[in-house]
Design a protein. Structure first.
Length: 519
């Protein structure tokens, strides 16, 4: 055990400009940064971490949507692409998105690691190389399959519908311990059952000496030649989230950017590190469509484990087709009210039916077709903190959205739904499977059908080819001696599964390269 004293310092504790020194500075406390911090402190390294969000604990998590979205989400859960076509849900607090995600865990699919090896030169990234990291993570984070007899009615409808149609369906593995099945994972776990970074690797690292500064928004990396010499952060008020006029500077031998897809590219761009325009490109979002089923029986999709069943029936649709994977979404009152389409009485009737609603989703596995470029993250004029996120939705995405919407409805009708409703601007209402043809004439256009993203990936893709990648196979930012990127932004494609466990695994695997660069 190191004699170095670790602690969490909040923004209200820094009353004057402060400069600290460390061997490693990590920007971001989510899935990548937290695991990296744990691995580095376990090696005895002196690590400082910066997190722009606030530090909250289970005592703050009162299953209150109105409190949670402003305090725990990027842009108060209003982050979206420039054209508002895709709403982006992403965490912003100590623990990052792991604090507010739905606990779904998948190892990186072998078909994806194969693509990464064959198309992007990640030859060392084999399933065998990742296996010991996944096994260690699964033990520490209590990742296990959720029992069939404990799935809620929302997920049971997906299970029953797939079973009747003969579609692939399996139980999801979740990172929970002594879970009491409340169902409000998305607004912070009030009993610390969710094994997020907030309650696992971050406190582990603090015990080993990590100094974690919350409310410290990294604004710029100071660069001299081929090295980062300092990280400059703006201290924010925990109560108001406004700048306090206090600056925090960290001088470290090595810097790891772990702000996640979107925020990591943004920091690099603010620092003048754009690699000829490659930084921020090839950002993938798993664009997701939602199908709402109305049942005679009570579903209570706001209670119970949010996701416990999945189907990969349509993940591989062959050449030229975008595949998708199917899961459920919980339905809580506030997010339902702002997400459901329609106006006036129609919208009101749907909200009134909340206890009887089921939601299944299809998340498109983007970035795997040769011509897919995904989204581009840029800074708005003047280099301000505000971001521009442009996603180039293609006909192949809309084709997959249309076909997947029909398959979701088939699953719901097979499970006993009396009606199925889409989230089009003018909702498509179907009363039986015979009416699926209505989807063919629906407007499959941006902003006329709603897409969501809970999975942000890419923007700093890894690879062996300097023309196609931002970081090397060792996760080093190209052209910089002491700068690494360790988070979901390094994915060269999307995964076709929920990404948190892959980020954990790559961070644990990549820690060797970061540690080895500390001279």
């Amino acid at each position: 055990m190191s004699d170095r004293v670790g602690r969490i310092i909040t923004g209200d504790e820094l009353t004057a400009d402060t400069e600290v020194n460390a061997e490693v500075c990590i920007v971001g406390s989510g899935a990548g940064g937290a695991v990296l911090a744990h691995e580095l402190t376990a090696r005895g390294l002196d690590v400082v971490m910066l997190e722009e969000g606030s530090y909250h604990t289970r005592r703050d998590f009162k299953m209150d949507e109105a409190w949670a979205y402003p305090h725990l989400y990027q842009e108060m859960a209003n982050r979206a692409t420039d054209d508002l076509a895709i709403r982006i849900l992403q965490g912003r607090s100590v623990g990052g998105t792991t604090t507010i995600n739905w606990t779904t865990c998948f190892r990186t699919p072998p078909r994806i690691t194969q693509v990464w090896r064959e198309r992007f030169g990640m030859t060392a990234l084999t399933d065998e190389a990742l296996r010991p990291h996944f096994e260690a993570l699964e033990k520490r984070l209590h990742i296990h399959e959720w029992p069939l007899d404990q799935i809620n009615q929302n997920n049971r409808k997906l299970w029953e519908g797939c079973e009747k149609l003969g579609y692939d369906h399996k139980l999801i593995r979740r990172n929970v311990h002594k879970c009491v099945n409340l169902g409000y994972c998305g607004v912070g776990c009030p009993v610390d059952a969710k094994q997020s970074m907030l309650v696992t690797f971050l406190p582990d690292a603090v015990e080993k000496g990590l100094r974690l500064y919350a409310n410290a928004s990294a604004r710029r990396l100071e660069v001299s030649g081929s090295r980062v010499t300092a990280v400059h952060a703006e201290v924010r008020d925990p109560a108001t989230d406004k700048p306090r006029g206090v600056k925090l500077t960290v001088r470290a031998k090595v810097v790891a950017v772990s702000g996640g897809a979107i925020n990591s590219p943004a920091l690099l761009l603010r620092s003048g590190l754009d690699q000829g325009g490659k930084v921020g490109r090839r950002t993938f979002l798993h664009p997701t469509v939602v199908s709402v089923g109305i049942f005679d029986e009570e579903i209570a999709a706001y209670a119970g484990a949010p996701q416990s069943v999945y189907s990969h029936q349509f993940i591989d649709r062959g050449a030229g087709k975008v595949g998708w994977f199917t899961e459920t979404s919980p339905i809580h009152p506030v997010v339902a009210a702002v997400s459901f389409a329609g106006f006036g009485e129609g919208h009101r009737e749907l909200i009134r039916a909340l206890p009887n609603l089921n939601a299944v989703v299809a998340s498109l596995a983007d970035g795997l077709l040769p011509d897919e470029v995904g989204a581009t993250v840029k800074l708005r004029g003047g280099g301000d903190a505000r971001l521009s996120i442009h996603y180039d939705l293609q006909p192949s995405h809309f084709e997959a959205a249309r076909v997947s919407q029909a398959e979701l409805a088939k699953i719901q009708f097979a499970a006993g739904a009396k009606q199925v409703v889409t989230l089009h601007e003018a909702p498509v209402v179907m009363n039986s499977e015979k009416e699926l043809g209505k989807l063919d004439s629906a407007p499959w256009e941006r902003c006329r059908t709603r897409f969501f993203s809970a999975h942000q990936m890419g923007g700093c893709p890894m690879g062996s080819d300097p023309a196609k990648s931002v970081v090397t196979p060792e996760l080093r930012f190209r052209g910089m001696e002491n700068l690494f990127v360790v988070d979901g932004s390094i994915f060269p494609t999307s995964l076709g599964v929920n990404p948190q466990q892959t980020i954990y695994g790559l961070a644990r695997w990549g820690a060797q390269f970061v540690a080895g660069s500390v001279a």
